[in-house]
Design a protein around this ligand. Sequence first.
Ligand code: ADP
Ligand code: ADP
Length: 228
Amino acid sequence: MITFDNVNKRYASGQDALVRVSLEIGRGELVFLTGHSGAGKSTLLKLLTAIERPTRGSILVAGQNIGRLRNGQIPYYRRNLGIVFQNHQLLFDRSVFENVALPLAVAGCSRREVGRRVRAALDKVGLLHKERHNPIVLSGGEQQRIGIARAVVNKPAVLVADEPTGNLDPQLSSEIMQLFADFNAVGVTVLVASHDLELIARMRERVLTLQAGQLIYDGIPAREAAYP
Ligand code: ADP
Ligand code: ADP
């Protein structure tokens, strides 16, 4: 589903953020991406979501070479991706329902289809009863769940999250990670970046570890191996 082949990313500043990164993520896998601050996690996700382009190497997603997409093709490519941000980027001038419906506006769904899909997404994150609220009145954990509902409302084949539990306490963080596992269980390919090593260790799933832009570990950690 996702292949990085010898990917380098050097920013205009001269900073090498990724160095010869090669990895493969199969359809339907759940993978955690970890490493200390500055290791290159966000950069890897920005390449995957075509926010940045690789300096060298190739990135294939469902057979498409992402680094070679023309600018006009990028919005179409992103429709197959669900993207969850740390600060969830909800709009506080509209309801929960309308926030989750946003990606469907560009997809050209009928009003009935929008209502059906938004409620299905809210139901999956356990917040169907909050559809009419303004997200500003919700807790941090609930706001992140709304962000996840919005990311999955299009039924993307790939779900990508960058530090989705960054602002949450350990209990809420576990619940959010479990939500990703639930989406994975119904076939979605999921990649979650987090520097929360303890949280990731408890999930007992495949871990990719970056250090200074290099992929230094890829596996299901038995003990401490993934966590230098
Ligand atoms: P992480 O998400 O693991 O904290 P990042 O991918 O954000 O790591 O950063 C990797 C490295 O690239 C860091 O040294 C960071 O300072 C640098 N970096 C990130 N974004 C930019 C940018 N837009 N321009 C220059 N350097 C950047
Ligand atoms: P359906 O045809 O599937 O019943 P609709 O789009 O006609 O869906 O909407 C029906 C219900 O959806 C409304 O009664 C309301 O609960 C909810 N709804 C629709 N649009 C909004 C909105 N902008 N904000 C909040 N709730 C909405």
